[in-house]
Ligand binder design. Structure first.
Ligand code: BES
Ligand code: MN
Ligand code: ZN
Length: 503
């Protein structure tokens, strides 16, 4: 895949310097109570606010052309209330969206009235989001017009770390979007594995890919049952990023990689079935995180696991009522072949045990029920481990890629009981997102575990149909903050003791 062509740079620019900066458009974020300096642009902004022509409410814009004293052709003033991360994102998204009406290649964003790291991050992410275009399977692609974004802040040296992190996050988000947006025939399990291999050419990265034979040898009977209805071969992908100390327990991310989910024999209705090409958004987010890690090179250890296959109906497909044996020996009655995500994930969770992880987070477009419960704003987060849950919630907040903790009371798992196997793959419809999580929890008792149901947040339907790249920003913040919080230190401390006993 082509790398995103969008370039970012960071400069120290006060308003006067921003006014003198060349480009197609200058975007100035104007917070409530804006205080002008002695410069011309500052005075102009102050009078626009005073007259009411510019409202400082986030998302409100005032656009002008060839303003004397402003070197950029267009000037956009954008209100951003108090300049909270959310408001900065809203302001930049509105402004970059408005600029799309006519070509803008070089954009200067002046944040000097807001000098804090969150503003830098949000501005970078929002500018990328609002200008993103998917082109891969178009014969005459109209490439993204925005090529260069200069972020102007009060002190570039101070904002540099936040800026670099934000740019890396954008690279990861765009990599995730790219793979998620590709149609099923352009993002097969094999192609996803090849993408992972290419990523692993960067320093500190390694990749192993397993096919049907190796997966059979491991005994991943649940994963294999999903794949058996398709002529596309399954792939089990293991990506490793070893930036931390050798022997430090890794954080493991597991991505659901159903490259197309027809439902299998329990086939889905035709309407919007195309959107099930997005059923590998969990896998895409893992690829995106590794793309960002390759750029940032933090001192941490991370393993990414992707279980990828298609879910199709076929003469060889798994049937409702079939019982299969998962990698950890539990037998599963597959009552609904459309509840396939949990089947591929349960074997990946068992596999994760051998990595001696400090924490495991699986990421999956798992249930329509989660879309009903939380909509498209927050991802569903489930964890039996309070510290891990707190770390994920905090990462969601700091990255503005929100999640919400959901319950795991044992009563929710009762519907999974069956006479014919250890567990069934579906319960009733009520609380469907939670039942799915309760199923996964049965395979996640050897490590601190969390599950992110991103069915509502990973892509948008309708006119704006496309992947969001979520939850790459959340996962990155989570990893950079320790990848498992308190659990991280307690497990990491134990590891050397074990090593000493062995020696
Ligand atoms: N990939 C779907 C979940 C999904 C559906 C995500 C719609 C986003 C939008 C998953 O494999 C699935 O089909 N789940 C079933 C589970 C049910 C059979 C218990 C669902 O949600 O209907
Ligand atoms: Mn399904
Ligand atoms: Zn699915």
């Amino acid at each position: 895949m082509k790398d995103p062509i969008m370039n970012f740079d960071l400069k120290s620019l006060d308003l006067a310097q921003a006014a003198a900066h060349k480009g197609d458009a200058l975007l100035v974020l104007v917070p409530e109570g804006f205080k002008p300096g002695q410069d011309e642009l500052g005075r102009l902004i102050a009078s626009a606010v005073k007259s009411g022509d510019l409202q400082t409410k986030a998302g409100k814009l005032l656009m002008s052309y060839q303003v004397p004293g402003v070197a950029c052709t267009r000037l956009v003033l954008a209100g951003c209330d108090e300049g909270s991360p959310r408001q900065v994102r809203q302001a930049v998204a509105a402004a970059v969206g408005a600029l799309r009406s006519s070509p803008c290649r070089k954009l200067v964003v002046c944040l000097s009235a807001l000098a804090h790291d969150d503003a830098v991050r949000m501005a970078v992410q929002a500018a990328a989001d609002a200008s993103y275009v998917y082109t891969t399977t178009k014969s005459k692609p109209e490439p993204r017009t925005l090529e260069q974004v200069t972020i102007g802040v009060a002190d570039a040296a101070l904002s540099r770390p936040a800026f670099e992190r934000a740019v890396a996050a954008v690279r990861g988000v765009e990599y995730a979007k790219e793979w998620a947006n590709r149609p099923g025939n352009h993002a097969t399990p094999t192609m996803l594995a090849d993408a992972a291999r290419r990523l692993a050419k960067a320093p500190h990265l390694q990749c192993t890919v397993m096919g049907p034979k190796q997966v059979a040898k491991l005994g991943m009977g649940a994963f294999m049952a999903v794949a058996q209805g398709s002529h596309e071969e399954l792939r089990f992908i293991e990506l490793r990023y070893d930036g931390g100390a050798k022997g430090d327990a890794p954080t493991v991310l597991i991505g659901k990689g159903i490259s197309f989910d027809s439902g299998g024999i329990s086939i889905k209705p035709a309407a919007e079935m195309d959107e099930m090409k997005f059923d590998m958004c969990g896998a895409a987010s893992v690829l995106g995180v590794f793309r960002a890690l390759a750029e940032l090179k933090p001192a941490i250890n991370v393993v990414g696991l992707i279980a990828s296959c298609e879910n199709l109906p076929d003469g060889k497909a798994v049937k409702p009522g079939d019982v299969v044996t998962s990698m950890n020996g539990q037998t599963i009655e597959i009552l609904n072949t459309d509840a396939e995500g949990r089947l591929v994930l349960c074997d990946a969770l068992t596999y994760a045990e051998r990595l001696k992880p400090k924490a495991v987070v699986d990421i999956a477009t798992l249930t329509g029920a989660c879309v009903i419960a939380l909509g498209g704003v927050r991802s569903g987060m489930f964890s039996s481990h309070d510290e891990l849950a707190a770390a994920l919630l905090a990462a969601g907040e700091s990255a503005q890629d929100l999640c919400w903790r959901m319950p795991l009371d044992d009563e929710y798992g009762e519907g999974l009981k069956t006479h014919f196997a250890d567990v069934a793959n579906v319960g009733g419809r009520p609380g469907g997102a939670i039942t799915a999580a309760k199923f996964l929890q049965r395979f996640a008792d050897k490590f601190p575990w969390a599950h992110l149901d991103i069915a509502g947040t990973a892509w948008k339907g309708g006119a704006a149909k496309g992947a969001t790249g979520r939850p790459v920003p959340l996962l990155l913040d989570f990893l950079l903050a320790g990848g498992g919080g308190g659990a991280a230190t307690s497990v990491a401390k134990k590891a050397p003791a074990r090593a000493r006993r062995k020696a």
